[in-house]
Design a protein around this ligand. Structure first.
Ligand SMILES: Nc1ncnc2c1ncn2[C@@H]1O[C@H](COP(=O)(O)OP(=O)(O)OP(=O)(O)O)[C@@H](O)[C@H]1O
Ligand SMILES: [Mg+2]
Length: 254
């Protein structure tokens, strides 16, 4: 069996006296969709932040079986890791296409700075084409030239995903992709995650249990920064600790 794509061992993150994460072990294999669930404040986003170099942490990280330093934010794309933010995190004054092109700047010589200063025409053409391909995946090519602040919230969630996908990641970290969506958009997100899981492995933070249970191969459950359960959706769903800690306290959010 090949080594996991991502292996985290003994992850700890402290904010002053608060242990936001303690001794957390997580693995993500090729072609897996792995859920990371838990009540508000359990440490899910903090785990993504540790993996994205946004908070300092302790513990070991292996990528494809090789030990690796915890990455800096600017190293993520080259490591094949891409994420969406809880919420949306787009630039509201820029167009949809420009927002997605930002996610593709690893393909531009000179990167983001050059992009901000203006790209040469050939590079811009390549980035545009990659961004349009990513927008096609989320069925949003028709609004490429619209300003983001003119769009409804569910559409901006799709664009945020297109921006994460445009760098062709091996590992996609999705932080509450269905958060704030209505039933129809949740259904779309559900099938979309299923489709893109053929292209990359996904670590999914999500409160909507119907989504988590239907798309995830395995699930980890955090509570107060500690792993309290892991396993198949069926196993986790029936685990009394999970019912007590998570499902019991957040059933209203489903
Ligand atoms: N930058 C920070 N400084 C201080 N405390 C923080 C910081 N980021 C997170 N925390 C705290 O760490 C804990 C974990 O927060 P985190 O945002 O990871 O939770 P979460 O599981 O993503 O919750 P939610 O489901 O509400 O998004 C919380 O107690 C939170 O208040
Ligand atoms: Mg969070």
């Amino acid at each position: 069996m090949s080594a996991p794509l991502l292996s985290i061992n003994g992850l700890g993150v402290h904010f002053g006296g608060l242990a936001a994460l303690s001794d957390v072990d997580i693995e993500l294999n090729k072609n897996e969709v792995v859920g990371l669930i838990g009540p508000n404040g359990a440490g899910k986003t903090t785990l993504f932040n540790a993996l994205s170099g946004l908070v300092s942490c302790e513990g070991n990280l292996e990528l494809e079986g090789k030990s690796h330093e915890w990455p800096q934010p600017n190293e993520l794309v080259d490591l094949g890791i891409s994420r969406t933010l809880q919420g949306v995190g787009l630039f509201p004054d820029m167009t949809v296409l420009e927002n997605v092109m930002i996610g593709a700047t690893k393909f531009a010589t000179g990167g983001l700075i050059r992009s901000a200063l203006g790209l040469d025409i050939r590079t811009e053409k390549v980035l545009r084409s990659l961004a349009m391909d990513a927008l096609a995946k989320v069925s949003c090519t028709g609004i490429a030239d619209r300003k983001v602040d003119s769009l409804p919230y569910p559409t901006t969630k799709r664009i945020a995903i297109a921006r994460a996908l445009v760098s062709d990641p091996k590992i996609l970290l999705l932080d509450e992709p269905a958060g704030g969506l209505g039933a129809e958009d949740i259904e779309w997100m559900n099938s979309f995650i299923d489709v893109i899981s053929n292209r990359c492995s996904i670590l999914l933070v999500e409160h909507h249990m119907d989504v988590v249970m239907s798309v995830c191969d395995r699930i980890y459950v955090l509570n107060f920064g500690k792993l309290i359960a892991s396993g198949t959706p069926e196993h986790v769903r029936n685990n009394p600790d999970v019912i007590e800690a998570y499902l019991g306290s957040s059933a209203g959010k489903q």
